[in-house]
Each structure stands twice: as C-alpha cells, then as structure tokens.
Design a protein around this ligand. Structure first.
Ligand code: HEC
Length: 157
C-alpha cells in the first residue's frame, strides 16, 4: 500500500509539474482568412461549415475549449493544429501559388468525399462540427467550381 501511495503522489506531482509547460496558442498568428474568403468566395452555407468544422485546425485562429488549459491535452491539441496547418493553412492562402491552391482544393474534395475531415475525435466533442452528406456535397461543389476558376483564371502563378 505504501508503494502505491508513493506512486500516486509522484504521479500527482508530475501532473502538476507538466502544467507549467504550455504550448503557444494558435491565436492571431499574424495571418488572416480575408485572402482565402475573397478569392474562393464560399457561399454562406459553406462558410458556416468551414467555420464549424475546419478553421480550428486549419487557420491561424483556434477557438480553444476549456480543457486546452490542461496538459497533456493541450500538447495533443497543439500537435494536431501544427500538423494540420503544415498541410493546409487557410489563413496563409496568399502564400500558396496557383498550382498549390488547385492542389489544396483537390485535397479538400478528397478528404470530404472520404469523410476523413474533420478528425473524428474533434467531431465527437464538437457536436456541430460533423458534416452531413448534404453539407459535404455543398463543400465539394464549391471546391470544384473554385478549382476550375483557378485553372481558367488570369492569376499567373
Ligand atoms: C482537429 C483538427 C482538425 C480539424 C477540425 C480538421 N482537420 Fe484537416 N487535418 C488535420 C490534421 C492533423 C491533418 C494532417 C494529418 C492527416 O492527414 O490526418 C489534416 C489534414 C488535412 C488535409 C491534407 C490532406 C491529407 O489527406 O492529409 C486537408 C485537405 C484537410 N485536412 C482538410 C480539412 C477540412 C476541409 C476540414 C473541415 C471540414 C478539416 N480538415 C478539419 C486536423 C484537422
């Protein structure tokens, strides 16, 4: 019993200690969604879906849940956001070339079509983040049209 008590104490201390290591928050990281919204012009229903289901991980502004203040959950969330932004940061849309934009839109179509995004764990917790068939269709339609416009359009890169 003594040993178990000791271990429990140690774990508690460890838990307290890790609370001092806070990952930097993904809030106002200097880039904005304006360029993305201007160029790709999502209709209102699609914009709502992107807001509820994608921006938390794929933009420079996350609306954090309260439990983000608790390590190691905060590390896990921060890791997801970093990885997600590395793949696609909608707030950095203007940093992508035309070819990259077309490719990113192709990927968006793919992940929606395959039901890969938003991440399952995220959709479990954020009840309005799950994407219905109808919503998926709307996103894919918008992404296809936007992709075609880029391919036809005057933007040189
Ligand atoms: C909880 C965080 C989270 C949310 C919310 C989220 N994503 Fe992701 N996304 C990731 C992570 C992490 C990756 C990279 C690893 C992977 O592909 O699973 C990623 C990768 C991607 C990629 C790159 C392609 C690929 O196959 O890896 C695309 C495109 C994408 N997400 C689109 C979306 C869209 C569109 C939404 C909203 C419908 C969304 N994501 C919501 C975390 C998220």
């Amino acid at each position: 019993m003594k040993v178990i008590k000791k271990i429990a104490k140690l774990l508690l201390l460890l838990f307290i200690a890790i609370q001092f290591f806070r990952p930097e928050k993904n809030i106002d990281q200097g880039s904005h969604l304006a360029e993305f919204l201007n160029e790709t012009n999502p209709p209102e229903n699609v914009e709502t879906i992107l807001t509820n289901s994608c921006y938390d991980c794929h933009s420079s502004n996350t609306a954090y849940p309260w439990y983000n203040n608790i390590a190691p959950v905060s590390w896990w969330i921060s890791g997801h956001i970093k990885e997600a932004k590395g793949n696609l940061n909608l707030s950095d849309w203007d940093s992508y070339s035309k070819r990259q934009k077309v490719h990113k839109l192709e990927e968006v179509i793919e992940v929606i079509d395959e039901g890969k995004m938003p991440l399952k764990q995220y959709a479990w917790i954020h009840k309005n983040a799950g994407i219905s068939k109808e919503q998926g269709k709307a996103v894919i339609e918008w992404a296809r049209l936007t992709k075609a416009l880029y391919e036809l359009g005057p933007q040189p890169r």
